[in-house]
Write a protein that binds this ligand. Structure first.
Ligand code: GDP
Ligand code: IMO
Ligand code: MG
Length: 428
């Protein structure tokens, strides 16, 4: 069997966690391939809400194996808290969670470096989640990092001290940045001891053997395509490859072993943190989306910036990822509008373009909109798309026509049950 991939097509928070949870019964293994505790994936079912940061979103289903791949970065302290919550909810984490020995560790000093870097950037800050993601991936590519497998090495502390010395040298170069590393270290080393109780694996072997044994695997992305280190709105991005290619490097899956690519997008658009956002609505409509969609970060609680759907960006994301099917999320949120706008083009210096250009940071982009009639009603009780208002069906068909990829799932509320499956007339 090949691997299916599910990932975000916008700036993250598209609803990946919800759809992974919905699709998990079709799989044997759910595997995260990149990112770390900067992610916040929300699952709602049976009246309870759960937010996952590093652990794959298949974890609430019995008999499913959840793998944290080599491309992920782990903060042992956050990991421990996440596990504690799951254990309290009766999840058998010791049995159904496997961690790659090659996943990199976020040190307390990585978190400090993240904070120091952001502080020094002033108004140009990235708006990082301050979880130490950037510095940890920098140490990975700089060949200085510590990996989960290193925990078991007798000279782990020596390796740790060497890296931290490097970090403190850098931290001391920042003016006005005060820190107390010793305060953070005790808890971190205690969390390392807890991490040791979990199962470490060579995840690339595990995943490839599972494929050979005909196991069904879903790779779960974090963040979104427009936050990708290569293809996102650089430098306002995260530090990993959030796109389909990240599955290959983050799990050891060969490119020809990828089957479906499920792209998740909101019926509108959001972004949290700094950086360009051509269709952002800094007005009443934006506020309406924020309130209706409860657009506040699952990891940091920050209000998310809101705007209309952006087709040039979405088409770009579909191309880069090779998306074979789409899930449209949060259709219910647009139920408060009589008219919905769709950005079909950008205008830059009087020129109209329909592609995602190199520079969207330092140029003035005017989004060109088409107006679509809204359904202007409550969708949250909808259980079948046959009963959907014609305006919603028209919106779906309009987007499919523009994007040329089938929309197979339409989400009308945060609960697992508020998920409508759809047969598209487009071939995958
Ligand atoms: P992720 O990071 O992609 O997993 O997404 P988040 O969990 O950060 O953000 C998505 C938010 O939207 C969460 O609060 C979900 O509970 C919520 N959500 C997901 N799908 C829907 C939907 O169809 N309608 C509404 N109203 N909320 C949804
Ligand atoms: P999920 O998986 C939305 C954003 C941050 C910041 C930038 C860099 O829940 O969709 P980082 O901490 O990675 O250095 O931050 O990326 N960001 C996210 N935005 N959803 C996420 O994850 C995000 N992870 C990081 O807000 O702008
Ligand atoms: Mg999120």
């Amino acid at each position: 069997m090949k691997v299916d991939v599910l990932l975000g097509l916008q700036w993250g928070d598209e609803g990946k966690g919800k759809i992974v949870d919905v699709l998990t019964p079709n799989y044997d293994i759910i595997a995260r391939f990149q990112g770390g505790p900067n992610a916040g994936h929300t699952l709602i079912f049976e009246g309870s809400k759960h937010v996952l940061h590093t652990i794959p979103s298949g974890v609430f289903h019995d008999g499913i194996m959840n793998v944290v791949g080599n491309g992920v970065v782990i903060d042992p302290c956050i990991f421990r808290e996440e596990i504690k919550k799951l254990v309290d909810k009766g999840v058998n984490i010791e049995k159904n969670l496997l961690i790659s020995k090659k996943a990199h560790l976020i040190l307390p000093s990585h978190r400090l470096l993240d904070a120091a870097s952001e502080q020094s950037k002033g108004k140009n800050k990235i708006g990082s989640t301050l979880k130490g993601i950037g510095p940890t991936y920098m140490d990975k590519t700089g060949r200085n990092g510590l990996r989960v497998g290193d925990i078991l090495s007798p000279n782990f502390k020596e390796k740790y001290d060497k890296l931290v010395e490097k970090h403190t040298n850098i931290l001391n170069h920042y003016d006005d940045f005060e820190y107390n590393l010793a305060d953070l270290e005790g808890d971190w080393f205690a969390a390392i001891e807890d991490l040791k109780k979990l199962q470490f694996i060579d995840s690339e072997h595990y995943i490839n053997n599972a494929m050979k044994a005909n196991k069904r695997i879903l790779a779960e992305g974090a963040q979104g395509t427009l936050l990708d280190i290569d293809f996102g709105t650089y430098p306002f991005v995260t530090s990993s490859n959030t796109v389909t290619a990240g599955t290959c490097t983050g799990l050891g899956v060969a490119p020809n072993k990828i089957e479906k690519v499920i792209g998740i997008f909101k019926a509108y658009c959001t972004r949290v943190g700094s950086g360009p956002f051509p269709t952002e609505l800094e007005n009443e409509d934006g506020e309406r989306i924020r309130q209706e969609g409860k657009e506040f970060g699952a990891t940091t609680g920050r209000p998310r910036r809101c705007g209309w759907i952006d087709l040039p960006a979405l088409k770009y994301a579909i191309t880069i990822n090779g998306v074979t099917e789409l899930s449209m999320m949060k259709a219910d949120v647009l139920g408060c509008f009589e008219t919905i706008k769709v950005c079909t083009h950008y205008e830059i210096d009087g020129e109209r373009i329909d592609y995602f250009p190199f520079d969207i940071n330092d140029v003035e982009i005017t989004p060109i909109y088409e107006e679509v009639k809204g359904w202007n009603c409550d969708l949250t009780q909808l259980t079948n798309l046959h009963d959907a208002p014609s305006e919603l069906l028209n919106y779906i068909l309009y987007l499919e026509d523009q994007l040329n990829v089938p929309i197979t799932v339409v989400s009308v509320g945060p609960d697992r049950k508020q998920t409508l499956h759809r047969k598209s007339s487009l071939n995958a």
